[in-house]
Design a protein around this ligand. Structure first.
Ligand code: NAG
Ligand code: NAG
Ligand code: NAG
Ligand code: NAG
Length: 530
């Protein structure tokens, strides 16, 4: 009896240990977009896969600070110079760019950065390599669809990670047609209760996106893919659109507590908050600064792309003047030691452990550009926010935060010292902001498992099953007229038409014929009479 139990235990231990056996996979992980915030987020997924013992070949723009024996890096260098093509000065004067321009800007940047990466000799070598083998390709779900060709090249399944949240084309790849009556376009900040005008505009923008993407943008991606992969793949190259439909899984930076509910598929997994870790120990100077602040601390950062040193000088002066008037201490992520006269309550530093600072209970307010990752950190740690959005999705994120009641916003180009002081004091002194921040924080933290663990589970799931066609609907593959039942409707209309028209025609014919007969009879009669 006891013997049997022991055996069972051994078998159990063996079975539990089994997935570890030979489970090390070879993963090609690609984040070709050069903006540092994107990679900072993506790297968390890569690191977790390395931690699980997988071998990762990583194509990106940022050499790692934590070398790992199973990590091979292919660094795109020099990386694409975004400010050279899209000058930063424009960002600060830009107040409102049309949604259509924004969309075209993303496509242009996507095409340029894709080609830039393909031109790199190390990437070319990877495309042409004869002896590389991978079990999985992971790609940032952004504007680099030509990279999906790597899945075909290495004949393995593809997982994408959507940095910016949901987009219609992600739905389409999984087999859902996004309902434009309820789901605002990626660039819009509406809720799911849109007015007639909002719905009309949403439908128009979404249709514009769908048509131009399909007939203008994707053909250009296709050209790029063909230019750089021809010769490396046997037979005809597949269409990028088909490669997109072949994506097994999309991990998306969204969370049920802050994003709108929407129709989904098993292959769409929300992983918003995956980058947020338990706070690590702060450097001593920061720790003391935060611990000793009697009236609390305000943390100010404009993110990783726009450096504080890019700010116009007069704005920097105005901001410093405002900070000098506060009783709170201020920590400012500022990349230049020569900032001018620094008020005694302000500390500047080139680099900040943002997550660890926001986790400190003395932090009263987060002044941010409204980037998605920072916003999520602020939400997680329940810190009210003052958002000063500049470009891209920052306006959308800001409007959402303000609507939820834990943030206020300022327009950068109109920012004054008084405005800044007034908004900071309102956010700190009015308890409703902190209350809303804590409420949303509790919802954001309430997960069955940490989103990063969930992401890694699903990535390994795709490797185990060598792709996952079963996580998406056939809707991804059938033509639009079938999806919308236009063929059935057409058939019905035709049937109804025939059922009404044919008998009607027949009756008319018979009637005419009968009348004709009658008239000819009458004619005969009258002839007789004559
Ligand atoms: C690297 O991979 C090897 C072989 O798969 C594995 O034995 C080793 O533990 C990995 N190293 C680390 C630090 O995970
Ligand atoms: C789709 O992916 C599978 C592997 O997951 C592959 O065998 C197939 O060729 C791919 N189809 C296209 C069109 O790339
Ligand atoms: C801050 O507090 C620490 C002890 O908690 C103390 O050693 C340090 O001198 C204080 N610093 C300032 C600037 O008051
Ligand atoms: C730092 O500021 C000084 C003075 O404003 C300026 O001359 C210098 O170029 C700045 N350095 C950087 C790295 O921006």
């Amino acid at each position: 009896m006891e013997m049997q139990l022991q055996w069972k235990c051994w078998i159990l231990i063996f079975l539990i240990g089994l997935p570890e056996f030979g489970s090390a996979s070879r993963i090609l992980f690609m984040g070709p977009f050069p903006a540092p915030s994107h990679w900072l987020w993506l790297e968390h997924f890569q690191n977790d896969l390395l931690r699980k013992g997988h071998h990762v070949t990583s194509v990106n723009n940022h050499p790692t600070k934590h070398p790992h024996e199973n990590l091979t890096e292919i660094i795109i260098s020099p990386s694409f110079d975004i400010p050279k093509h899209f000058p930063k000065e424009n960002i600060f004067s830009m107040q409102f760019v049309s949604d259509f321009n924004n969309l075209e800007l993303w496509w242009t940047i996507g095409l340029m950065t894709t080609e830039h990466a393909f031109k790199d000799p190390k990437v070319k070598k990877l495309i042409e390599s004869k002896d590389d083998h991978f079990d999985l390709v992971i790609l940032e779900q952004f504007f680099h669809e030509a990279f999906l060709m790597f899945g075909k090249r290495f004949n393995c399944p593809v997982v994408t990670i959507g940095t910016m949240g949901y987009a219609d084309n992600i739905d389409h790849a999984m087999g859902i047609l996004t309902p434009w009556s309820l789901i605002p376009h990626l660039l819009l900040s509406h809720t799911d209760r849109m007015t007639f005008a909002q719905r009309s505009y949403n439908a128009y923008l979404s249709l514009y996106d769908a048509v131009l993407r399909r007939w203008v943008y994707l053909p250009k991606m296709q050209k790029l893919a063909e230019k750089y992969f021809r010769g490396s793949i046997e037979g005809p190259l597949p269409n990028v659109l088909d490669l997109e439909r072949n994506i097994s899984l999309v991990l998306i930076n969204a969370h049920r507590s802050v994003d709108l509910p929407r129709p989904s598929m098993p292959g769409l997994i929300d992983v918003g908050g995956a980058h947020i870790q338990k706070p690590k120990k702060l450097p001593t100077d920061l720790q003391n600064f935060l611990d000793n602040a009697t009236y609390g601390v305000i943390y100010f950062s404009m993110g990783s792309y726009v450096k504080s040193t890019d700010l116009p000088q007069e704005k920097t002066a105005q901001i410093l003047k405002a900070f000098g008037q506060l009783k709170q201490q201020v920590i400012w992520k500022f990349e230049n030691d020569s900032i001018g006269d620094l008020p005694s309550n302000v500390m500047i530093k080139k680099w900040m452990p943002q997550n660890d600072i926001l986790a400190h209970p003395n932090v009263k307010l987060f002044i941010t550009h409204g980037g998605i990752f920072g916003t999520q950190e602020g939400i997680y740690w329940g810190v009210p926010m003052l958002c000063v959005p500049l470009y891209g999705d920052q306006h959308r994120n800001t409007i959402k935060s303000v609507r939820e009641g834990y943030a206020r916003s300022l327009v950068f180009s109109k920012l004054t010292t008084d405005d800044l002081v007034r908004n900071i004091e309102t956010l700190i002194n009015d308890p409703q902001y902190k209350r809303s921040a804590l409420e949303v924080s509790q919802r954001f933290r309430d997960n069955p498992i940490h989103p990063l663990d969930e992401a890694t589970f699903w990535i390994e799931y795709i490797i185990r099953h060598r792709g996952a066609r079963h996580l998406k609907s056939q809707g991804a593959f059938i033509p639009l007229h079938q999806y919308l039942l236009l063929d059935v409707l057409g058939c019905l209309l035709l049937g109804a038409f025939l059922a009404i028209w044919l008998p009607w025609r027949m009756i008319r014919r018979v009637h005419k014929w009968w009348l004709k007969g009658e008239t000819s009879d009458k004619l005969k009669e009258s002839k007789k009479r004559l």
